[in-house]
Structures are given as structure tokens and as C-alpha cells.
Ligand binder design. Structure first.
Ligand code: HEC
Ligand code: HEC
Length: 201
């Protein structure tokens, strides 16, 4: 092989090693502390735990800090996330955020009720103008992929989505001021429909 080929192979090796390093620490923390509940790489088929894969880093960081300073305080946050987040430094949180942001989300594709799915799609795309509900898509993205401080919703578990939408009626997630307004015009049936639609994205 010519020297030039050896040189390019060396360069590729170097690039691969440096970019892998950026998520190495996050990957290790994921394996040691988080995957037992959230699944390896933040994807799990268990309804109990939210998907973390593909979650935008700024949203992820804000939530981890809100668990750590105990300002996000719904029942399951207290039970499952307050303790573990108190053991993490700002740097750990940033490394985890960088790791999960680039993990491929799983698409569960489960549609159990076609009528609800269609209703959910309608609200997600167009909102409920007569009830003052804005289109979710405007902030959460066309497929619910999320962006920056706005979370990914596509592929998230139905049970988790329903729980959180109900949490927004109270004040256990005080940072979510926009969502407190959004849920005012949503009925129980709307919430079920939206969750059904989003889980299948
Ligand atoms: C013992 C189980 C358990 C462990 C371990 C755990 N989590 Fe969680 N986590 C949960 C549960 C349950 C929720 C959902 C809380 C709720 O529904 O209010 C959650 C919620 C979250 C959320 C909020 C998701 C969102 O969309 O807002 C993030 C972020 C998170 N966990 C990250 C982590 C990270 C990072 C670790 C490892 C350092 C970790 N979790 C370890 C159970 C766990
Ligand atoms: C004006 C922008 C905006 C609109 C419109 C909006 N959202 Fe949100 N949503 C947000 C932001 C920002 C957050 C993160 C709140 C936080 O920091 O806790 C959020 C959080 C959420 C969460 C919590 C996700 C998680 O992982 O815990 C759900 C569920 C949600 N929104 C659903 C909806 C639905 C359904 C609609 C439409 C009916 C909607 N949103 C409309 C901005 C918006």
C-alpha cells in the first residue's frame, strides 16, 4: 500500500476516535446509571420509562437540572429521578445530553385505535382554534421531533405522554409555562388521542 493510503487511513482513524470520545463518557454513564430503567441508549419498550434517545440536548439538560434542584416535582420525578440526578455534576449532565441527542429513537408504530389516531393527528397539526389550543407541530416539529428546549414527542410512550399532559394542569413542572396554557383547552379524550398519535410517529 502506498504511503498516501496509510496516511488517509490514519486520519480516518483519528477522526473516528475523537468524535467517539465526545459521547464516550455519556455512554458509560448511560450503562452504569440510566439504562437499567430507560434501556440501553435511552430506548425502551417498557411503558414505565420515557424514551430519551433523540431528545434535544438543551431540553434534556434543563430537565436533569430541574430534577436535581427539585423544581420538577411530579410523583414519579420525586420517586425515580431526584436521587439519581443529585449524584450528577453539570459536566455529567452535558455528556449524557450529547450522548442521547445522537441516539436513534425507536419507532413503536403502535396504533390501537384508528379514530383516536386521526383525532390526535388533527389536533397536533391544526390545534383547536375554537378552544384556543395552538397546533403542537408549530413548536414540537412536523413529526414531533423536537428542537432545542422543546422536547421530542414522536415515538414517546403513550402512557408517559398522557401523564405529563395531566401534570401540566397543576404546577409540578413550573418551567413549562407554555404548556400550562396549551392544556387548558384539551379534554381527556383529546389527551388520549394526541398520545395515541404521537406514540406511533
Ligand atoms: C429507577 C429508574 C430510573 C433510573 C435509574 C433513571 N430514570 Fe430517568 N426517569 C425514570 C422515570 C420513571 C421517569 C418519568 C418520570 C415521570 O413520569 O414523571 C424518568 C424521567 C427522566 C427524564 C425526563 C424525560 C422527559 O422527557 O422529560 C430524563 C431526562 C431522565 N429520566 C434521565 C435519566 C438519566 C440521564 C438517568 C441516569 C443518570 C436516569 N434517568 C435514571 C426512571 C429512572
Ligand atoms: C409555543 C410552543 C409549544 C406549543 C404550541 C406546544 N408545546 Fe408542548 N412543550 C413546549 C415546551 C417549551 C415544552 C418543555 C417544557 C419544559 O421545559 O418543561 C413542552 C413540553 C411538552 C410535553 C412534555 C414532554 C416530555 O418529554 O416530558 C408534552 C407531552 C407536550 N409538550 C405536548 C404538547 C402538545 C400535545 C401540544 C399541542 C396540543 C403542545 N405540546 C404544544 C412548547 C410547546
Amino acid at each position: 500500500m502506498s504511503n498516501r493510503i496509510w496516511l488517509s487511513l490514519g486520519l480516518i482513524g483519528l477522526i473516528v476516535t475523537t468524535s467517539a470520545f465526545a459521547t464516550d463518557v455519556g455512554s458509560k454513564l448511560d450503562r452504569q446509571l440510566c439504562s437499567v430503567c430507560h434501556g440501553a441508549g435511552g430506548t425502551t419498550s417498557s411503558e414505565l420509562f420515557p424514551q430519551l434517545a433523540g431528545q434535544p440536548a438543551p431540553y434534556f439538560i434543563a430537565q436533569m437540572k430541574a430534577f436535581r434542584d427539585k423544581s420538577r416535582s411530579e410523583e414519579n420525578a420525586k420517586r425515580f429521578m431526584w436521587g439519581i440526578s443529585s449524584r450528577l455534576t453539570d459536566d455529567d449532565i452535558e455528556q449524557l445530553a450529547a450522548f442521547y441527542e445522537v441516539q436513534a429513537p425507536i419507532h413503536l408504530g403502535k396504533i390501537s385505535d384508528q379514530v383516536k389516531y386521526a383525532q390526535g393527528k388533527e389536533i397536533f397539526t391544526n390545534g383547536h382554534p375554537e378552544k384556543g389550543v395552538p397546533p403542537c407541530m408549530a413548536c414540537h416539529g412536523e413529526k414531533g421531533e423536537g428542537k432545542e428546549a422543546t422536547p421530542r414527542l414522536g415515538g414517546q410512550h403513550e402512557a408517559y405522554l398522557k401523564r405529563q399532559l395531566k401534570v401540566f394542569y397543576g404546577n409540578e413542572r413550573p418551567a413549562a409555562t407554555t404548556m400550562h396554557e396549551v392544556v387548558k383547552g384539551l379534554s381527556e379524550n383529546d389527551i388520549e388521542a394526541i398520545a395515541q398519535y404521537l406514540q406511533a410517529q
